[in-house]
Design a protein around this ligand. Sequence first.
Ligand code: M6R
Length: 604
Amino acid sequence: MCGIIGYIGDKNCSDILLQGLSKLEYRGYDSAGIAILNNNNITRLKTEGKLQGLYAKVYLEKPEGTIGIGHTRWATHGAPTTINAHPHSAGKFTIIHNGIIENYKELKSYLQKEGAIFSTETDSEIIAHLLDLNSKNLTFEEAVVKTISKLEGAFAVLVLFEEAEKIVAFKQHSPMVIGVGSGEMFVASDIPALLEYTKRFIFMNDGELAILEKNSFNLYDFSLNSKEYKIETLNISPLMAEKGNYKHFMLKEIFEQNRSISDTFRGRVLNGGEKLDLDTSELNDFFKNSLKRVIITACGTSWHAGLVGKYLIEHLARVPVEVDYASEYRYRSPIVDENSLIIAISQSGETADTLFSIKMAKEMGAKVLSICNVFQSSIPRSSDAVLYTYAGPEIGVASTKAFTTQLAVIIMLAIHLKECKTGELDVKLLKELLSIPEKIDGILQNSELILELAQKYHHFRDFLFLGRGLNFPIALEGALKLKEISYIHAEGYPSGEMKHGPIALVDEDMPTIIMATKNNQYEKVLSNLQEIRARSGKVIAIATEGNNSIKEFCDDIFFVPESSALLEPFFTVIPLQLFAYYVADIKGTDVDQPRNLAKCVTVE
Ligand code: M6R
């Protein structure tokens, strides 16, 4: 939940560290700090709050040096204060840490008995003290190895030592990628921090330790045995992680959805929709001969994509599907066997609950397929096969383009599973997929109408979101978007469930946004809509283009293009994303970095 970066080379590194941290701020933004090694001396600068505070400090103090580390924090242990901000030091060692040291209390009392004096409330500070204690009679590297052997939990750590011109990096259950430059080396939590400097990366595995020097680096296991590594070249433009002319990343990401969905179909939906080539060759025999059950695990918005997946896979492939919150799945003795497929959905590929759920299911004999947006992140690397969503870097904490590209992968997977099970390719539906990007573009061109709705409704304190069938997960998603960035209370419900409780909430102060598209449940939704109006509730309907007769039943209306019912979620979600965005912007909240949240949740 924190972002880390390190640099070693010839350049004065404070700018590189700050620039990298600005790309990692989505991971945590309650405090930040850097440490720079120069002439056997380490300078630390730290501030609470957003990165701007650190910029100001660096500008005033102008620290010199070409070896440094930087950290942006999302507090777990200890309040987000300057003192608790990383880096932490003990003796000649300075460290930054992303993750949680689960046994820190035992280690802290052990270290205190040995004379260590702690200055922070964090779990991370124990790493610096362990290094200091372990360094008596040991080399720098040996002290690191001995320290790692004491740690339990999740950690990606960078270490500076006053007497060595190197950075030591090690990781277990928290992400870390090395960027290979020419005469300089980088290391960070995620590639957007490094895209400006290199396109060559080594994705570190759990249990690995890297020693970075200006002109070289070496990879080891936690016993200091050398390890082989693979350098991967990624052609991702740094511009993809820039805001461009948009006011916020979230808005840019909403407007990118036609492109990101096209990219996700590219190379998979072929010959104008006559052929589907899904890169799951490792699992195709399993799909054909053994698959009896699908279990989808995910969190947040990705879980909503999983709910859409249940409808699609059951409808098309006729395989039973369960959808579980990954955090619940792990702890409820689930029933899994070798005929089960676990589908893990995750934008970041690092969500701790989702990662642990697939590790557990794998141990119980299930096959694991992940749907992920971040190349080579932990979840794909722990899966039997992966289907990447090509959304590009998603920086706004509220997930938008990642969600619709997850839907794009899921609909292709459902069509593929049907083909594996029945030998029949649904060419009609496959062809229709290719029309999705253009239709989304059409909705986005009407974004001003959503802005007008946001201006009209932003002052309400509670909202109800309703949908049936495939639009029920979209109601949940609309409510989540509004909650997380505008801090307005919102509830998502299946429309038919309304009369079993939520209708008691309906009055003139609680508007309802209802998915009322023309599908086989339309008449029932229309009844729900009238029930709300009969109780003085205001209704905004998301309806199918051309259905003018719905106007008499609602206060406001936004039209989405006509489509096969199976594809409606691609379209109904877009106005809800825009509505949440505009309401939040009008209220003046921090849209891209809403309070208390982080983009990537690597703690349980
Ligand atoms: O990276 P993941 O998809 O695994 O993240 C899961 C959730 O943390 C994420 O979707 C979260 O709910 C978003 N903030 C929603 O906008």
